[in-house]
Design a protein around this ligand. Structure first.
Ligand SMILES: NC(=O)c1ccc[n+]([C@@H]2O[C@H](COP(=O)([O-])OP(=O)(O)OC[C@H]3O[C@@H](n4cnc5c(N)ncnc54)[C@H](OP(=O)(O)O)[C@@H]3O)[C@@H](O)[C@H]2O)c1
Ligand SMILES: [Zn+2]
Length: 413
């Protein structure tokens, strides 16, 4: 039976189960019209299943580091018989949940609907014993016939190992379906693996005349509510948000995701002197944790105060963006969002702690010769020294504009 016939059959199929926090719950199954849309080629079917994998993978958003977000789907005779995703580090991988949902490990072997099935997975199955046994062996033991892989493992030392193991066991493996989307979803994880540091994302909001606050330092708000809501979503996808002491003193931000059930990243303050206000919102740690990075011996009394409030304090020998990122890497983080002002942003760029830039631009003018700008002094005097962005995209959010791009390879890699 080819996939287009089979997917029609899938329309009348029974409920599909997927896992939520480790429990199997009914998942939203593809609708009749969606099914009919996909009556195309096998390649269309594969793309569609891979996009479903990515949808599942996103359920782990912000919670999987140092691991990637991965989704998996088991298809038997054109029907989805199991789905899964990797919920967080230390828990089983997506393939394990999907195979379980397809009946692997059930009391009677007849319940194993993965035998002879095709498994779609957004990242190459692992082939090593880590916190969990290798998924390659799990797929082989389940008796699957074919595995469709979105992207190969980014780690050059293990890349292709899982695929080779599956092929050696006689399983057909197809690689490279929706690869770009798979890589985009896990760009921070890929960066962590390849560069041994978290992906640094600099986000700022400025007026059309390039100011991030007024001359007095007031900045609430530069952008419209829709753009700010986009920032909240961005936070939910990151492992840490970093600001400097001035931003805490001037803005007193919350830096949370402001969404029920969404992940809140670790809020990180970099401050040398620790002359910070006692009533800062960041010291309220019930909703989200806060880490203060400082220098050795800085303001011991304030350190004690912070510890009492449940704020973690780490003293670094040198308080630099580079050291901060090294610390966050050690903690297993894949991404860090710089939401600081221009002084710290310039320092972060100069030290290669920023790879991606998200600039929200509000079409209004505030003026002020001394009003702060998004990036402070980089020591450049010639326009030819300007750092170009690559892969630039822009879109309109309400009345504001978001420009995003990546600093070129020569800088910060
Ligand atoms: N519109 C926006 O997107 C946006 C976002 C953030 C901030 N802002 C505005 O930006 C202004 C603050 O700008 P800012 O540049 O002073 O930002 P900042 O984010 O407070 O960064 C500067 C502070 O970072 C700390 N720091 C620690 N290590 C550092 C290092 N190696 N290099 C530089 N700084 C280091 C210092 O804190 P200590 O002095 O405590 O030692 C320093 O004063 C405020 O007016 C705020 O409203 C706007
Ligand atoms: Zn695995």
């Amino acid at each position: 039976m080819d996939n287009s016939q089979a997917i029609l059959q899938a329309d009348t199929s029974s409920t599909i189960y997927t896992q939520e926090n480790g429990l199997l719950v009914p998942s939203a199954v593809t609708s009749n019209s969606q099914m009919q849309e996909t009556m195309g080629s096998e390649a269309d079917f594969d793309s569609r299943m891979m996009r479903r994998c990515l949808e599942l993978a996103r359920r782990g958003l912000g919670r999987t580091s140092p691991n990637p977000m991965v989704g998996a789907v088991v298809v038997k005779d054109g029907e989805i018989v199991g789905e899964g995703f990797h919920p967080r580090a230390g828990e089983p991988h997506a393939e394990v949940f999907a195979l379980r949902a397809a009946g692997v490990g059930a009391a009677s072997p007849e319940e194993n609907r993965a035998r002879g099935a095709t498994v779609y997975v957004s990242l190459e199955p692992c082939n090593h014993y880590g916190r969990t046994p290798p998924c390659s062996e799990g797929l082989i033991a389940a008796g699957v016939a074919k595995v469709v892989v979105g992207m190969v493992d980014p780690n050059p030392l293990v890349a292709g190992g899982g695929i080779a193991r599956l092929r050696a066991a006689g399983i057909e493996v197809v690689v490279g379906v929706e690869t770009e989307a798979c890589q985009q979803l896990n760009e921070a994880f890929v960066h962590r693996i390849l560069h041994k540091k978290p992906l640094g994302i600099l986000k700022y909001a400025m007026t059309l005349d390039g100011k991030i606050a007024t001359t007095s330092g007031h900045s609430a708000w530069v952008t419209n509510p829709a753009a700010r809501s986009e920032v909240h979503q961005l936070r939910a996808a990151c492992d840490a948000i970093i600001v400097g002491g001035n931003t805490v003193r001037q803005d007193n931000p919350y830096l949370t995701s402001h969404q029920a059930g969404a992940h809140n990243p670790l809020r990180v303050v970099m401050s040398r002197q620790l002359n910070l206000p006692e009533n800062a919102r960041l010291w309220q740690t019930e909703e989200a944790p806060t880490l203060v990075l400082t220098e050795i011996g800085a303001n011991p009394d304030f350190q004690k105060f912070l510890l009492k409030r449940g704020v973690e304090v780490v003293e670094l020998p040198a308080l630099t963006p580079e050291q901060a990122m090294a610390h966050l890497y050690e903690r297993g983080f894949c991404s860090a969002l710089w939401e600081c002002g221009g002084k710290l942003a310039a320092s972060a760029i100069a030290q290669g702690a920023v790879q991606k830039v998200l600039a929200f631009i509000a079409p209004k003018i505030i003026g002020g010769s001394h009003a702060p700008t998004p990036v402070g002094d980089l020591g450049f005097t010639n326009m030819t020294e300007a750092l170009p962005l690559e892969r630039v995209r822009w879109r309109v959010i309400g009345s504001d504009c978001l420009v995003e791009g990546y600093l070129s390879q020569k800088f910060g890699q």
